[in-house]
Design a protein around this ligand. Structure first.
Ligand SMILES: N[C@@H](CCC[C@H](N)C(=O)O)C(=O)O
Length: 258
């Protein structure tokens, strides 16, 4: 079976065209081993592109632990680039994912602008903000982000009573200027820091606006693997027309025996 490797600001994925439905979707061990960085291809997640009756395609996302999970923003952007390479789309896409319908565009430089779900609930606590941008995100400001122990502190919060069995992704943030933030994320299902998290960048932009750290609705986020931009419109209902924007890049392709 053919596989394709893509990355979006360093968040990397194994992509498989499953339109013929020949991938063993319930084989958690297989997905985990394909994502293994020593014994497999190596990736933060695996994504299937499948047929959908009413949109261009369906996104099925698995974390590197082999379990199907909630929405992946960078993965969604990479899947749009993959769909274009397969001629499933041209420069615009509509696709269905676990959190609903997504619209996206891809330009000639491989920059993908992906519409994320509206966010109508933002829980603001003194030490953190919690919100769901397709995946659950805990967002907290820290000092000295460069030297911060993301894996250790992220795991402590992720497994704490705050989030129980379901857990959450944990984002540590530093403000650079009015509309510019640096972000490091501990990802649930990878159980480690990743170089970028798209739903995390989206959550961070909304959280920083919600707590008044910025009044901007066009926010730049530096992640360890590059730069992302998040734009949105704020209304009485919450945050709408939310877009995650950044590069999505093909890395290599190969064959796997299943
Ligand atoms: N890397 C992702 C987030 C993927 C889902 C997450 N690990 C979870 O299970 O909640 C992104 O770019 O959004």
């Amino acid at each position: 079976m053919k596989f394709y490797k893509y990355q979006g600001t360093g968040n990397d994925f194994v992509m498989i065209d499953n339109r013929l439905e020949n991938f063993p979707k319930n084989n958690t061990k297989l997905i985990e081993s394909l994502c293994d960085r020593r014994f497999g291809i190596g990736a933060d997640g695996l994504i299937l592109l499948e047929n959908d009756n009413s949109t261009d395609f369906k996104m099925v996302y698995y974390n590197s632990d082999g379990n199907e999970s909630s929405m992946c923003g960078n993965g969604g952007r990479c899947l749009v680039a993959f769909a274009k390479s397969l001629n499933v789309i041209n420069n615009e896409a509509t696709f269905i994912a676990t959190d609903g319908l997504h619209n996206a565009t891809i330009d000639e430089n491989g920059i993908v602008s992906l519409q994320m779900k509206d966010v109508n609930e933002v829980k603001i606590e003194s030490e953190y903000v919690f919100l769901n941008t397709g995946s659950p995100h805990h967002v907290t400001l820290v000092n000295d982000l460069e030297n911060y122990s993301v894996k250790e502190n992220g795991a402590t919060i992720r497994y704490s009573d705050l989030y129980g069995k379901v857990g959450s992704n944990i984002n540590f943030v530093n403000q650079i200027s009015d509309n510019h933030f640096a972000l490091r994320t501990y990802e649930r299902g990878v159980e480690d820091e990743t170089l970028s998290c798209g739903t995390g960048a989206t959550a961070t932009a909304i959280a920083m606006n919600a707590i008044g750290k910025t009044n901007s609705n066009a926010i730049e986020i530096n992640v360890e693997g590059g730069k992302l931009k998040v734009t949105f419109e704020k209304s009485d209902k919450g945050f709408e027309k939310v877009f995650l924007i950044g590069p999505a890049t093909f890395v290599f392709e190969g064959e796997i025996e299943i």
